[in-house]
Ligand binder design. Structure first.
Ligand code: SF4
Length: 76
């Protein structure tokens, strides 16, 4: 899965939401979250993010971000 990380906080861009083929972004007031069970790992959103906030969970220390994204995606 891809995950949204801290650079997204208070970011005003939603380019990623527009390109996601499965609509797995969820919008909160100050942050976007990717539902990790819905993301198909296509990678299309990553280069679209002007804040460089979207990372693949294969990078180190991403487990906490996966859980953070899941928590908010399910809440919103
Ligand atoms: Fe959507 Fe693809 Fe990004 Fe996953 S990697 S959030 S499916 S655009």
């Amino acid at each position: 899965t891809y995950v949204v990380t801290e650079n997204c906080i208070a970011c005003k861009y939603t380019d990623c939401v527009e390109v996601c083929p499965v609509d797995c972004f969820y919008e909160g007031e100050n942050f976007l979250a990717i539902h990790p069970d819905e993301c198909i790992d296509c990678g299309v959103c990553e280069p679209e993010c002007p804040a460089d906030a979207i990372r693949p969970d294969t990078e180190p220390d991403m487990a906490k971000w996966v859980e953070f994204n899941r928590k908010y995606a399910e809440r919103w």
